[in-house]
Write a new protein. Structure first.
Length: 221
């Protein structure tokens, strides 16, 4: 896991991690102190309703911060309280989830469609099935049973769209894993993940945008 490139003193909005589908409430504030190594970093003790939070090693936190027009998110667990001079910090253990939210150029809409994918970095990859949560020309969020690594590439085959007697197909797309989380209890799949499409050129991007318009028309969104 790469060491975090966050400037000391950066303000972090923090939230308790919640199951997929529930609202994430970034109602706590903390300050990034420094990265210790690739796995650990220090933050000031989060404040909730004006009071310092008690450390719970089993509680996962989401932390987001902004740089220019982009918002970044990291996740971690507090493991210890550390003193630096007269100040108190939490020693956080970073976990795999790391997301970057760019200002979207593409509208994202919720639709459930079965798709197939293959992992791009394994020998003799098997074709696996998945289900979309939402889709856009920029990427998709899906339910799946794998737990791919953040940054891993998946070869994604979107389903054929049948509309007014015509078939609309999309070539296999390269999707980069941006985040992975456990699926809610009762889900047909074990995990959920977000994929950002990686286009070879502008022509490929326009092809995906056209396909998404067929999806919109078919499902009347």
């Amino acid at each position: 896991m790469a060491e975090l490139q966050i400037k000391p003193g950066t303000k972090l909005q923090m939230a308790f991690d919640v199951p997929m589908g529930q609202k994430t409430d970034f109602n706590m504030m903390a300050t990034f102190k420094e990265a210790i190594d690739d796995a650990y970093f220090l933050v000031s003790v989060p404040m909730l309703a004006g009071k310092p939070l008690l450390l719970d090693e089993n509680q996962k936190f989401l932390m987001q911060y902004s740089v220019g027009d982009n918002t970044f998110m990291i996740a971690g667990y507090p493991e210890a309280v550390e003193k630096v001079g007269i100040r108190t910090f939490w020693k956080m253990r970073q976990v795999a989830e790391q997301r970057t939210f760019f200002k979207r150029r593409d509208e994202r809409f919720k639709v459930s469609m079965r798709l197939e994918y293959q992992r791009d970095n394994v020998d003799n990859p098997e074709t696996e099935d998945a289900m979309t949560i939402d889709v856009s020309a920029g990427g998709v969020a899906i339910y799946l049973n794998d737990y791919p690594d953040v940054g891993e590439a998946l070869q994604v085959q979107m389903p054929t769209i049948r509309l007014q007697g015509e078939r609309h197909e999309l070539p296999v797309q390269l999707g980069i894993v941006c985040w992975v989380r456990q699926a809610p209890k009762g889900s047909l799949y074990r995990n959920v993940c977000g994929l950002q499409f990686r286009y070879a050129d502008d022509i490929e991007r326009e092809t995906v945008k056209e396909y998404m318009e067929y999806v919109r028309a078919k499902y009347k969104m």
